[in-house]
Design a protein. Structure first.
Length: 179
């Protein structure tokens, strides 16, 4: 009897997940902290919203039942915006998918939607940066057709909601794709 009951305590089921990709709203910022996981970036995100309002950045979210589970920012004006031949490149950054929703295609869908928006605006290239120690994200970008163009050190600092200055130093790999 114990064996039979132990086998019935676990039931596997499969379901489909519906998510919608849309432009972010300022009200999304609080939920995008994902229960405190990204609280330290609260002031950075709030300050960055001015670029969204100015039309220099497109901010997309994927939401499940009204909750944003992924985000992608797309800079339309960037220091590498125009290549030598005049072709413009949009710059993806802030690409994140909330842990329980990773590896099911939401990140891919966000990037593909961002690429569509760039093509609609006449861009010929998309650029994305990934930290050198994030091989999973790099594999995703390469699978989507992005190729390494160079590595760059990046450092910046910000003030967290507790008033502490945090310094960030990373080695980034820049990847580019022709659209």
């Amino acid at each position: 009897m114990l064996r039979e009951r132990a086998g019935k305590e676990r039931v596997s089921r499969e379901t489909t997940l519906r998510y919608d990709i849309r432009h972010a709203r300022r009200a999304d910022l609080a939920q995008l902290e994902w229960f405190g996981e990204h609280r330290h970036l609260r002031l950075v995100e709030a300050a960055g919203w001015a670029h969204v309002e100015a039309g220099n950045v497109l901010f997309l979210v994927a939401e499940v039942r009204g909750f944003p589970v992924a985000q992608l920012k797309l800079a339309l004006v960037h220091e590498e915006d125009v290549k030598a031949d005049g072709a413009r490149s949009g710059y993806f950054y802030g690409v994140r998918v909330f842990g329980p929703f990773q590896r099911i295609g939401i990140g891919t869908a966000l990037i593909e939607r961002g690429e569509e928006l760039l093509r609609e605006r006449g861009y010929h290239f998309a650029t994305i940066a990934v930290e050198r120690d994030n091989p999973d994200a790099r594999r995703l970008y390469e699978r989507l057709g992005y190729a390494r163009i160079r590595e760059v050190p990046r450092s910046w600092s910000y003030v967290d909601p507790d008033g502490r200055t945090r310094k960030v130093e990373v080695e980034e790999v820049l990847l580019r794709k022709e659209l």
